[in-house]
Design a protein around this ligand. Structure first.
Ligand SMILES: NC(=O)c1ccc[n+]([C@@H]2O[C@H](COP(=O)([O-])OP(=O)(O)OC[C@H]3O[C@@H](n4cnc5c(N)ncnc54)[C@H](OP(=O)(O)O)[C@@H]3O)[C@@H](O)[C@H]2O)c1
Length: 267
């Protein structure tokens, strides 16, 4: 069967690294994103692998766009065999200061974006016995301060994927919930502040955290091995473990950790 991989948010960070990893493995690709110029640039760079690639500009939070994109993938590449719901945004603001429209936007992109991706492409995956990969976060396991919308959207995504996995039990469709820890990318520069404007800078030393390429390699390996869950980074694994067995201790630890971040809104 022809290998076809669809990646939402394939123009930057983890999505772009995944696009390179799947192209290297011989997959035809379809990648999405809102910024048409960045998307074209990514597609151009991916041409070196010599496999078909299509750019699908548009907002992942628009259900009709996703249905139209899936029809285009079906007619130009054939049915998808791997679909990665990766497009996502972050935020950084205390809830008391937050315009709740920002929280709604986080849910629209990170949760409903994945819902519309699943709605559009599950018929492909049923035909191909393919894989649906949701890119969640450690923040989906553990609510983080000043990230209410982000944590809520990722927790909702994880519950959604778990429900789908149970619903499709025995169907041949595989679901992977992938939870990276802190990964070098532009996500923190683009993170929305209390009023919805982008933060513009990262509070982390991006060079010192896991690379998008290493994350993509781990996700690729987990998807190919039909794993159920993937939790990345030592810090991420400890957070998930401690949050299960000592959640009250984790309340204190995450508060102190995020309070120490550069320009933290927690005072
Ligand atoms: N970096 C981390 O530390 C980290 C940790 C855990 C989980 N994650 C998750 O990993 C995923 C990728 O994040 P990243 O770090 O690679 O971020 P990134 O570098 O900012 O890339 C995000 C990608 O998503 C696209 N995107 C954003 N909003 C979109 C929308 N409404 N419609 C369509 N595409 C959209 C962006 O393109 P356009 O802006 O052009 O649309 C871009 O291609 C996200 O789901 C994020 O939550 C990241």
């Amino acid at each position: 069967m022809k290998k076809v991989c669809v990646i939402t948010g394939g123009s930057s960070g983890i999505g772009l690294a995944l696009a390179h990893r799947y192209a290297k493995a011989g997959y035809a690709l379809a990648i999405t994103g809102r910024n048409g110029a960045a998307l074209e640039l990514a597609c151009k760079a991916l041409e070196i692998y010599g496999h078909p690639i299509i750019c699908l500009p548009g907002d992942v939070a628009d259900a009709a766009t996703q249905i139209a994109s899936a029809a285009r993938v079906q007619s130009e590449l054939g049915p998808a065999t791997v679909v990665i719901a990766n497009a996502g945004i972050s935020m950084r603001a205390l809830f008391k200061d937050l315009d709740t429209l920002v929280l709604e936007r986080l849910m629209q992109v990170n949760f409903f974006g994945a819902v519309y991706t699943a709605k559009a492409y599950l018929p492909h995956l049923e035909q191909t016995n393919g894989s649906f990969v949701g890119i969640s976060s450690i923040a989906g396991y553990r609510g983080l301060p000043a990230r209410t919308g982000y944590s809520a959207s990722k927790a909702a995504l994880q519950a959604f994927l778990e429900s789908l996995r149970a619903e499709y039990y025995g169907s041949g469709v595989h679901f992977l919930t992938a939870c990276p820890g802190f990964t070098a990318s532009d996500i923190r520069k683009r993170a929305l502040l209390a009023d919805g404007t982008p933060q513009g800078d990262s509070p982390l030393e991006e060079k010192e955290i896991m690379s998008a390429e290493a994350v993509a390699e781990a996700i690729f390996a987990a998807q190919q091995a039909c794993k159920r869950d993937l939790v990345l980074t030592g810090q991420g694994k400890i957070t998930v473990f401690l949050n299960k067995w000592a959640p009250a201790l984790m309340d204190k630890l995450v508060y102190n950790h995020f309070k120490k971040e550069r320009d933290s809104p927690i005072t």
